[in-house]
Design a protein around this ligand. Structure first.
Ligand SMILES: [Fe+2]
Ligand SMILES: [Fe+2]
Length: 282
């Protein structure tokens, strides 16, 4: 058996430390569990698209996780694909380069426990950047050479309720990019798709694929999408052809209310708030 811990949406910042204590709880739980690897599934920062310091701060925090750590970017790290939820924070080459300088890349693959785990940059799908085509080609290679059950990790879910829904939403991948990706996944042995972004846990079979939304570490879901909005972290136990999913909510993990933190409309974004650095961050 291979144990993987998924931490998602940790939302760290050297200037806005609202969620630092939750990070410490999740980090300590992961270290005590001694997993084979920790996947950090996007939104490591609050204002990563605008700040070298935020991405560097998150990267330093991740060095305190023991063992293999594999990170993927989210919209709060490298920006959204257009049109996005914030026109000032659309993914571009400079934002990707900032991520690369700290993490070395935005995709990875690992063969463990009879499975192939593939992590991709969700923000590239529908971006139109040259790197989207490069990632597409790489993903096709990883899928075609797997020869085993495969799990795909990415920050954003492919859809909210139905794979054929056609509304554009910053809550999930766009319809055209989704259709292209699903077509490729359906031609391979992808059995599990793990996403964050919505800050809620939901676990469904759609066709032959299990779509697992993992809870956030930082704060509870600001919008209801049919899942459990409480904070948590996810343990995946992979065996030859199966995977067992356990949601853990360690003592001390607080399901913060984002609207309350932002003063119920006083501040549109966390980054607009007066600085409140994390206590004793190291
Ligand atoms: Fe998030
Ligand atoms: Fe996100």
């Amino acid at each position: 058996m291979t144990r993987i811990i998924v931490l998602s949406d940790i939302h760290l910042s050297p200037t806005h430390g609202f969620f630092w204590e939750n990070w410490c709880v999740a980090r300590d739980f992961a270290n005590a569990a001694e997993p084979d690897a920790v996947i950090v599934n996007g939104d490591l920062a609050i204002n990563g698209p605008e700040s070298d310091a935020e991405i560097a701060f998150a990267a330093t925090a991740l060095t305190k996780l023991r063992g293999r750590v594999m990170a993927l970017p989210g919209n709060h790290d490298v920006g959204d694909e257009p049109p996005g939820q914030d026109p000032d924070q659309i993914i571009d080459d400079n934002r990707l380069a900032r991520w690369d300088r700290c993490f070395g890349g935005d995709r990875w693959a690992l063969d463990v426990g009879g499975w192939r785990l593939i992590g991709v940059d969700a923000q590239l799908f529908g971006s139109g950047l040259a790197r989207e085509a490069v990632q597409d080609h790489w993903l096709d290679q990883q899928l075609s050479t797997a020869g085993r059950p495969t799990a795909l990790f990415l920050h954003k879910p492919l859809f909210l309720d139905d794979p054929t829904e056609d509304a554009e939403s910053p809550s999930c991948m766009g319809p055209r990019a989704r259709a292209r990706l699903l077509d490729r996944l359906d031609r391979s042995d992808v059995r599990l798709i793990v996403s964050g972004h919505l800050h809620q846990h939901r676990d469904r079979m759609v066709g032959n694929q299990r779509h697992l939304w993992v809870p956030a570490v930082a704060f509870a879901a600001p919008q209801a999408h049919g899942g459990d909005d409480r904070c948590g972290l996810t343990v995946l136990d992979f065996s030859e052809a199966a995977v067992e999913v356990t949601i853990e909510r360690p003592v001390g993990l607080v399901s913060h209310d984002l609207a309350a933190i932002k003063g119920h409309g006083r501040y549109p974004f966390l980054r607009d708030m007066p600085p409140s650095p994390p206590p004793d961050a190291d």
